[in-house]
Design a protein around this ligand. Structure first.
Ligand code: ADP
Ligand code: MG
Length: 634
């Protein structure tokens, strides 16, 4: 016996240990899913062998009938699940069953609350997998021989689900894997053939390989008869069946297998395309964002099959990045069985499948939005941030994506993003030809922006943008439904037909009355501002800052700077004053140069604060303000 065949005891990676613990304690209300997870893994292992055997047919040996077996020993209280798939080597058993390779796991685990209900929800987001065995078993033994290794290099992995597991090298003739669960006493109900059959039917009917169990004796007289084998599931790839034959539950269970998700999907679309290209797609929109949605290396893309043969997971070429949350399968009849990622990147047929699938997803979302607005709102809350990447990435579908966007607006009360652009347009005032928006670092700053004052006065709705990505999003959206977008903090306020002649004449006259003040302010603020001018966009605030039409937005600049980019100095801002405000009137009449300067600087700093910017010299601001307050004191 050489050293590595010795039994070796190893510790679970600390993340794996935490997950295991969590699994055992938070999923006991849904115990039976362990079987779904184990069958799902067995089916994946068979898919992988089938694919590898395309180029290495010798791996099939004389065992070409792929199947998953479930055996029960009610006396020993064990259930075992056996597949003749790709199997595991000693190293891969240690790696796959002892560690969690998913990036971001540590962060995910930090989010756990200790509240079992909430944690159970979170764990679903993570995907449950092999460790779910320990919900019902107090000891799990995995024996496996990898398809490309000899019988003497098989492995036995076992654990009681605490901190450690054992591995040893064993001899095993059969290719593939047997997972044996030693059921806890209180879970002995699972050592029952009828119970397990029901679970297989419920959770694994869609699995394309046969799930085989010993047939039950029909009557007592039959007891002595040697029981035969029986296929318990339909054993036909779900997507090859016709839509009308598939129940919603079957679609949902298949989703869980494909997506390694625990929760039901939000919606799906199943289509057969014939003609120049011949393929079937079954795409799902998940109900919840996975924990690693924002991890660069997180799995994305569809499961690719060619003529029913599994080819690869995470085929990314079929969907754009902003739809990376979509899960599902695509089964092509045109692609070659030895298609590779490199070929996928170059094949022009993939390009047209990609645009058809993209459209299919967007259509599915449109349908959800119009038929089930509440579900769509949930979808938006989960994935809206990702959808906002769409207009920049996918020019061809810009208008369609814009129609799916949801925003908070001044008409929508609160920060919830639940207004569509069509909703907004439907409420536009007579004479309004633009879609107005304001962008700030957070909702409160946006909602209280001085730039909104005139819009409030006139009852004109403004979109309140407060996500990091928003200003960038808007830079890619020129218009929607023929209406252009206008940032209310940019350029000269031109309300067009929303202002009447009288207002315009009045403004012109006021402008002249303040020409002297404008000059004094320009001299005082000097290099800080590009221009000082009178504005009519304010009602309550004395002053505000505006950027030029073509300058980079304040939010965008902040984000880029925070990400470490070197930017050219920002263009100077325009300082606008409100001629109807008493403070401005006071300033106009101020003859003391010192006091004039203090007041002017305070107004300028206030305008900076109102847009959420940092002051260059906050201490000077405080000092000036206190000086003024002191003068007020009796
Ligand atoms: P996932 O299926 O999401 O990858 P699991 O926890 O279910 O996560 O399984 C972890 C890994 O263990 C699998 O990715 C696979 O590499 C390996 N594995 C589990 N079961 C089997 C099996 N029956 N045959 C081969 N490998 C398996
Ligand atoms: Mg799994």
């Amino acid at each position: 016996m050489n050293a590595t065949s010795q039994k070796e005891t190893m510790g679970f990676q600390s993340e794996a240990k935490q997950l295991l613990h969590l699994m055992i304690h938070s999923l006991y209300s849904n115990k039976e899913i362990f079987l779904r997870e184990l069958i799902s893994n067995a089916a994946d292992a068979i898919d992988k062998l089938r694919f590898t055997a395309l180029s290495h047919p010798e791996l099939i040996e004389d065992d070409a009938d792929y199947s998953i077996r479930i055996d029960i020993d009610d006396k020993a209280r064990t259930v075992s699940i056996t597949d003749n798939g790709i199997g595991m080597s000693r190293e891969s058993a240690i790696e796959h069953l002892g560690t969690i390779a998913k990036s971001g796991t540590a962060d995910f685990l930090k989010n756990l609350t200790g509240d079992q209900y909430k944690d159970a929800q979170l764990i679903g987001q993570f995907g449950v997998g092999f460790y779910s065995s320990f919900i019902v078993a107090d000891r799990v033994v995995v024996e496996s021989r990898a398809a490309d290794l000899p019988a003497e290099q098989a492995v036995r992995w076992s654990s009681v689900g605490d901190a450690e597991f054992d591995v040893e090298t064993i001899t095993r003739q059969a290719r593939g894997t047997t997972v044996t669960l030693h059921l806890k006493v209180e879970e002995k109900e699972f050592a029952d053939s009828w119970r397990l059959r029901t679970i297989v039917k419920k959770y694994a009917d869609h699995v394309s390989v046969p799930v085989i169990m010993k047939s039950e004796p029909i009557s007592d007289d039959d007891q002595d008869a040697e029981p035969g084998d029986e296929v318990v599931n339909t054993a036909k790839a779900l997507w090859t069946r016709s839509r009308s034959e598939i129940t919603d539950d079957e679609y949902k269970e298949f989703y869980k297998h494909v997506a390694h998700d625990f929760t039901d999907p939000m919606t799906w679309s199943h289509n057969r395309v014939e003609g120049k290209l011949d393929y079937t797609s079954l795409i799902y929109v998940p109900a919840r964002a996975p924990f690693d949605l924002w991890q660069r290396e997180a799995p994305k893309g569809l499961k690719l099959y060619v003529q029913r043969v599994f080819i690869m997971d995470e085929a990314e070429q079929f969907l754009p990045l902003y739809l990376r949350f979509v899960k599902g399968v695509i089964d092509s009849n045109d692609l070659s069985l030895n298609v590779s990622r490199e070929i996928l990147q170059k094949d022009p047929a993939i390009e047209s499948m990609r645009s058809a699938l993209t459209k299919r997803v967007l259509d599915t979302l449109e349908k959800l939005a119009s038929n089930e607005p509440e579900s769509y709102q949930k979808f938006w809350d989960e994935f809206g941030q990702v959808m906002k990447e769409g207009p920049a990435e996918d020019h061809a579908n810009k208008e369609k994506i814009a129609g799916l966007l949801r925003f908070a607006t001044t008409a929508s009360n609160g920060r919830v993003q639940n207004q569509s652009l069509s909703d907004y347009i439907g409420r536009m005032k007579e004479g309004q030809d633009k879609i107005f928006y304001v962008a700030a670092e957070n909702y409160n700053t946006a909602a209280n922006s001085p730039h909104l004052e005139v819009f409030k006065k006139k009852g004109i709705e403004v979109i309140l943008l407060h996500d990091r990505i928003d200003e960038w999003l808007m830079s890619h959206l020129a218009e929607f439904d023929g209406k252009s977008f206008q940032d209310v903090a940019r350029g000269n306020l031109d309300l067009g037909d929303l202002e009447d002649e009288e207002e315009k004449a009045q403004q012109e006259k006021v402008g002249k009355d303040f020409s002297n003040l404008i000059k004094r302010l320009s001299d005082t603020l000097g290099d800080d501002v590009e221009e000082v001018r009178v504005t009519h966009r304010l009602t309550d605030s004395p002053a505000c800052l505006v950027i030029n039409e073509d300058d980079m937005g304040v939010q965008m600049r902040r984000i880029l700077e925070a990400s470490g980019q070197k930017l050219p100095d920002g263009n100077k801002r325009i300082f606008e004053i409100n001629p109807t405000h008493p403070l401005v009137a006071k300033l106009n009449g101020e003859t003391d140069e010192g006091r004039f300067k203090d007041l002017a600087m305070i107004l300028y700093d206030q305008a900076m604060l109102a847009e959420g910017s940092q002051l260059d010299e906050p201490a000077s601001f405080v000092h000036r303000l206190n000086k003024l307050l002191m003068e007020m004191a009796p």
